[in-house]
Design a protein around this ligand. Structure first.
Ligand code: 2M8
Ligand code: MG
Ligand code: MG
Length: 271
């Protein structure tokens, strides 16, 4: 098994970002050598901190599928098409942050008072919008490949905003609190690429992927997985999947729902 998991609202509580309720399950997965692969909107800076807290040494996916980071010693040989960045092999699928901030700047006047974004907000406003500590908000702002948008305008103008971007070939995907732009990369493509790397390193084993997520930005990952698990959100309806597989939906939210569904699925799968 490979477990690809969203963080905010999935492994982490939507409000206080705690994973406490998931700790026993995380430990059980580690004992069974099942990799838990964070697949998130968060940045490398946020992930490095969180992996330390979680004692997680597996690869991870940042900024909504924009890049996959693999610790250098994780596989015996480096995967194809990666670059070396510090202690990682990195496969990126997205233009850099500057591309996105320039694009947003060019739409700022046309959509006056409808939206703002991280580099305009700065740490103080990111703290207000997210409830993160100042240090964590600063890490969230250390973006390499994306620029979260806070929509403060109407739903009508949001629809128009999405249409304008679609004409440029850009998709808008919604996370728990922010909108994210994509040139076609998503968490699903990252899942597929990383799974193929695991597969080529273990040609005799068949890989079974489990994906867990709570929002619209997780749909591609859930659909790309062998077993999608939707974690109930305290603020939103569950995302719609157009998939044939049996979908699991948690009863509880966040880390409680994460443990509830994985415990059930993995103990059933043992027999
Ligand atoms: C942003 O991600 C969440 C994920 O659902 C969102 O879109 O609401 C990211 O910018 C991330 O870096 C940050 O930690 C998070 C904080 O809520 O918000
Ligand atoms: Mg989420
Ligand atoms: Mg996320």
């Amino acid at each position: 098994y490979l477990v690809f998991t969203d963080l905010d609202g999935t492994l982490l509580d939507h409000y206080n970002y705690s994973y406490q309720a998931a700790e026993p399950t995380l430990e059980a997965l580690e004992r069974q050598q099942i990799p838990v692969i964070p697949t998130t909107s968060k940045t490398r800076a946020e992930l490095i901190q969180l992996r330390q807290d979680l004692k997680n040494q597996h690869p991870f996916v940042i900024e909504n599928g924009a890049a996959v980071f693999i610790p250098k010693a994780y596989f015996p040989t480096p995967p194809e098409d990666v670059e070396e960045v510090d202690e990682f092999w990195v496969r990126s699928f997205s233009p850099k942050r500057l591309y996105w901030t320039q694009l947003l700047e060019s739409l700022f006047v046309r959509f006056k008072d409808q939206f703002t974004y991280f580099s305009k907000m700065g740490v103080t406003d990111i703290v207000k919008a997210t409830g993160l500590s100042e240090a964590d908000a600063a890490s969230a702002n250390e973006r390499e490949y994306s620029e979260p948008i806070l929509w403060i305008g109407t739903e009508e103008r949001k629809t128009e905003f999405k249409q304008v971007l679609a004409e440029h070939g850009i998709w808008v995907i919604e996370g728990g609190r922010f909108l994210h732009l994509s040139n076609g990369c998503d968490k699903g493509k990252a899942l597929k690429w990383l799974t193929s790397v695991y597969q080529s390193n273990s040609p005799d084993q068949s890989m079974f992927t489990i994906a867990l997520g709570d929002s619209h930005n997780d749909v591609a990952m859930l659909e790309a997985s062998d077993q999608p698990i939707i974690i109930k959100s305290p603020t939103k309806h569950p995302p719609n999947l157009t998939t044939h597989q049996p979908i699991i939906i948690s009863r509880q939210c966040g880390p409680e729902g994460w443990s509830e569904t994985l415990n059930r699925f993995l103990s059933i799968a043992k027999y």
